[in-house]
Design a protein around this ligand. Structure first.
Ligand SMILES: [Fe+2]
Length: 265
């Protein structure tokens, strides 16, 4: 079984620029990889890194080169799916040598890591924040599940099929969660859905399977469900997650910043 490092929403920008004009996401990713490199010995062996979208903030080739170089420092296989900020052509160009993506159409893929089947789904609709799963992607998932033969499955997509209650994020959520639900409900093997997009940790269920979202390496959204909630991001908390796909294994969300300690009980 596999242990995966789950990262999300890196929002890397072209060198010399900042995300939304303020956030130095490239420095934040560098710091996150520094922290992870130090903590990998205590976190325990990791077999692969899975990044659930918004690798880039601006979709530039330069941003993908920066992200790829930083992720490579972990010395692990890296699997990526696009988010709403990504641009398909530049994404494909950057990661075609590391992820088995098709030459055209949605960037859906399937890989096996130590007996765990990871299915990557492309929800990107270029030019809008909300996500959609096309019929082609839904068929890709159904086929990958049919061939899973009881092995643990991880379904990775950027837009979670969940409502957080944060209105400005729910407004750009996944459009067709019902279609996804129908496919997941027919699958009775061990399966988890991993997503990003909401820059925080949320848990729900879809079609009888757990859905979780990872924190971002660069920003967070407050859980503010008021109608007048201000639209925008916060500077933290930042984090990552670790998934153990063995039976009884857990998905654990961790903060990148630790407080002082440990203090004895
Ligand atoms: Fe994001």
């Amino acid at each position: 079984m596999a242990r995966l490092l789950h990262l999300s929403d890196l929002h890397v920008v072209a060198t010399g620029t900042r995300a939304s004009g303020v956030l130095d996401t490239n420095a934040l990713l560098r710091a996150a990889i520094d922290t992870l490199s130090e903590r990998l010995t205590s976190i325990g062996p990791i077999d692969a890194v899975l990044v659930t979208g918004d690798i880039s903030d601006d979709g530039s080739a330069d941003s993908y080169a920066v992200a790829k170089a930083q992720l490579a420092r972990l010395g692990l296989p890296v699997f990526v799916i696009p988010g709403n900020h990504d641009r398909r052509a530049a994404f494909r160009e950057a990661f075609a040598d590391t992820v088995p993506m098709p030459d055209d159409g949605p960037l859906d893929w399937v890989v096996e890591v130590l007996g765990t089947r990871i299915v990557g789904l492309d929800t990107l609709v270029e030019g809008q924040g909300g996500g959609r799963l096309r019929a082609q992607s839904l068929n890709h998932l159904a086929e990958a599940l049919d061939q899973s033969e009881g092995r643990p499955v991880v379904v990775a997509l950027h837009h979670p099929p969940l409502r957080t209650g944060i209105r400005f994020m729910d407004a750009i959520g996944l459009e067709d969660a019902k279609a996804l639900e129908g496919i997941l409900r027919r699958h009775d093997g061990p399966l988890r859905v991993l997503a990003g997009h909401v820059h925080g940790v949320y848990h729900g269920m879809l079609g009888g399977h757990p859905v979780v979202t990872a924190p971002s390496t660069c920003s967070a959204f407050a859980l503010d469900q008021r109608e007048e909630a201000p639209v925008g991001f916060m500077l933290g908390p930042l984090g990552f997650a670790v998934l153990d796909t063995a039976p009884g294994g857990v998905w654990a969300a961790c903060s990148l910043a630790m407080g002082d300690g440990p203090y004895g009980f």
